[in-house]
Each structure stands twice: as structure tokens, then as C-alpha cells.
Design a protein around this ligand. Structure first.
Ligand code: TUI
Length: 310
């Protein structure tokens, strides 16, 4: 049984844990539609997230998950809260979750780290991960170097746990392509922002729909914190500051509140509009259920594809 069958998900899809975006409304909608909704953890503390977990449990009886953003100052408290609240699935981002693995596995939690390389995927399998999410550089937000197309098959060859593809997936063709690469399923973020249920400002959703192939750029390569965003006044300002010399404190100050500014206030000039390259494939704002059904409209033979894998 693959990881989605073990969980009882109708569709092999995870909703990415987008910071300041993926709150209880979106998570519950995705899980209720047959996918696996994941609660974001960026910038929130353990007690705020505990409330969100409890709201999700009221809205769905389906499995859901939470992300632990390993660079967060609250990571340790959030890691413990997940055990106390019996969160069924954890994904991790922006680091190596090795120090928490034993605690989570002892608690019976399914752990699915995001990995940007073969080496980390292999290390995660040895540490007891149930599956890995291979996120290509097409994805939005904090990213690695490799594309989904080259990362996924190399990880599929290197590990025997399930591999979930992420980065650049926003229609039925891109889902099918990932399954052909040997992925068990996909993780999508950007397309779920353009849903009725996603609790972000309408301007942010519209920016995703309006985006074309070349609308995103990567800020922060020079500082070692690459982050994909939709180009705007804010991304240009960030690049100007980097040119003036890298002042990490100044850049941190600029970025920290800016994602919230875009997602909550709808400020498309001074906000940081994190999104993946797949925004160019997103054509409308619709329901989570319609999004998922469209993504899987070319995979009626999904079982057969699965047997190709190894
Ligand atoms: O985490 C993401 N995407 C994100 S997080 C975010 S908010 C943020 N807040 C504060 C600082 C940084 C970001 C916006 N977007 N995706 C998962 C992801 N994980 N992408 C890349 C990685 C990654 C990178 C290095 C995972 C592991 C890793 O390991 C390095 C090591 O320790 O070996």
C-alpha cells in the first residue's frame, strides 16, 4: 500500500504548507475533497497552531497534516505540540528534521520531509521517514536548486520509500508527468491559492491567475536564502538592497512582514507574493474540489502507472 492508500486519501495529492496562507479553512477543504491538507507553521507559535489544529479537527474527520518549518524559532515547541495533539501527518521544510524523528515515529506520526537533493532523501529514509517530498526549484517560496524533472527520478532510484513530486505542478498534464517519473503522488501549493476556500486576500488570488510564464523571480540567491516570488515593487526593492551590500537584518526586516502584507492586506506592491512558476498555468479561481478533480482528470489508469515505477 502506498502512503496515500495507508492514509485513506481518495487522491494522491498533498496541499503544500504555504506560510500565512494554509490555515484551517484550506486544510479542511483539501482533506474533505479527498487530498491531504497541511497546516502552515511559518511565523506562528505552538499555541496559535494548536488552536488551528483543533479547528481542523472540528471541520473534517479525514486525515490532515501540519508542517514544521525547521528554521522557525518555535520549531521545537511545534514539534512537541504535534505529538500532544496527535497530528496524523507531519511534513518538514527548510532543513533536516533528524533530531525530531524518533519522537515523532514513537508517537505513530507519519513523517514526510521535503528534500531538495538525493543525499537528504537517502538520509531521511535511513532516519525512518515514511515518504519524501521532492520539491523542484519551480516551486514558490524557499527553494532548492534542482528542477522537479531531474530531482524526482534520481530520488526514486535512490530510495525505496514513496516519493511525492512538488514544484511546477498545476494541471492534469503535469500530474501525469510526475507519475511517469515514478512519483506516488504530488504536492501542489500555488494552484490551491486560487481557490474559494483559501483564506487570503482576493488581490493575491488574482495575481496568481494573472501571472504568465515569466512572472516569477528568485530573490535571495546572494544571501543563501533563495525565495521564488511574483515580480513586483517589493522584489525589485529587495534586489536593490542586495546590490547596495548584503545587510541580512535589513533584508529580514523587509521580508518578514511582507508576506503577511500580501496575503492579509492584499498589498501587491509592498507585499511579498510567494508563488511557484506554475502560476502561469492557473487560469481561474474555483473550488478546491474542482481543482483536485481537474488535476486527476488524465489519470484514470493511475494504478497501471504505479506498477511502472521500479
Ligand atoms: O520550506 C519550503 N518553502 C518555504 S518556507 C517559507 S517561509 C520561510 N520563513 C523563514 C525562513 C525561510 C522561509 C516559504 N517557503 N519548502 C520546502 C523546502 N525545504 N524547500 C527547500 C527545502 C530544504 C532545504 C534544505 C529542505 C532541507 C534542506 O536541508 C539542508 C540540510 O540541512 O541538509
Amino acid at each position: 500500500m502506498n502512503i496515500f492508500e495507508r492514509l485513506g486519501c481518495r487522491y494522491p495529492i498533498i496541499q503544500g504548507a504555504m506560510s500565512n496562507v494554509a490555515f484551517h479553512q484550506l486544510v479542511a477543504a483539501v482533506s474533505n475533497a479527498g487530498g491531504l491538507g497541511i497546516l502552515q507553521a511559518g511565523g506562528w507559535n505552538a499555541e496559535q497552531l494548536r488552536e488551528e489544529v483543533r479547528k481542523i479537527k472540528q471541520l473534517t474527520d479525514k486525515p490532515f497534516g501540519m508542517n514544521v518549518l525547521l528554521v522557525s524559532p518555535h520549531a521545537e515547541a511545534i514539534a512537541k505540540m504535534a505529538v500532544e495533539e496527535k497530528v496524523p501527518v507531519l511534513t518538514t521544510g527548510a532543513g533536516n528534521p533528524g533530531i525530531y524523528m524518533k519522537m515523532w515515529k514513537d508517537a505513530g506520526i507519519i513523517v514526510i520531509p521535503v528534500v531538495p537533493s538525493v543525499a537528504l532523501a537517502v538520509r531521511m529514509e535511513r532516519a525512518g521517514a515514511d515518504a519524501v517530498i521532492c520539491e523542484g526549484t519551480e516551486a514558490g517560496g524557499h527553494i532548492g536548486e534542482l528542477t522537479t524533472l531531474v530531482l524526482v527520478p534520481q530520488v526514486v532510484d535512490a530510495v525505496s520509500i514513496d516519493v511525492i513530486a512538488a514544484g511546477g505542478i498545476a494541471d492534469a498534464r503535469t500530474v501525469l508527468a510526475c507519475l511517469a517519473l515514478g512519483a506516488t503522488g504530488v504536492q501542489c501549493g500555488t494552484i490551491f491559492m486560487a481557490s474559494y476556500e483559501c483564506p487570503i486576500h482576493i488581490n493575491y488570488k488574482q495575481a496568481i491567475v494573472d501571472a504568465k510564464d515569466t512572472s516569477t523571480t528568485v530573490t535571495g540567491r546572494e544571501t543563501g536564502r533563495p525565495c521564488r516570488v511574483i515580480k513586483n515593487k517589493m522584489s525589485r526593492r529587495y534586489m536593490e538592497i542586495v546590490k547596495e551590500g548584503i545587510d541580512l537584518d535589513r533584508l529580514e526586516e523587509l521580508t518578514l512582514g511582507s508576506l503577511r502584507k500580501a496575503a492579509v492586506e492584499g498589498d501587491m506592491e509592498n507585499g511579498s507574493i510567494m508563488a511557484g512558476q506554475s502560476a502561469g498555468l492557473v487560469k481561474e479561481i474555483t473550488s478546491v474540489k474542482t481543482i483536485i478533480e481537474n488535476l486527476f482528470s488524465l489519470t484514470p489508469h493511475i494504478e497501471r502507472l504505479d506498477t511502472w515505477k521500479r
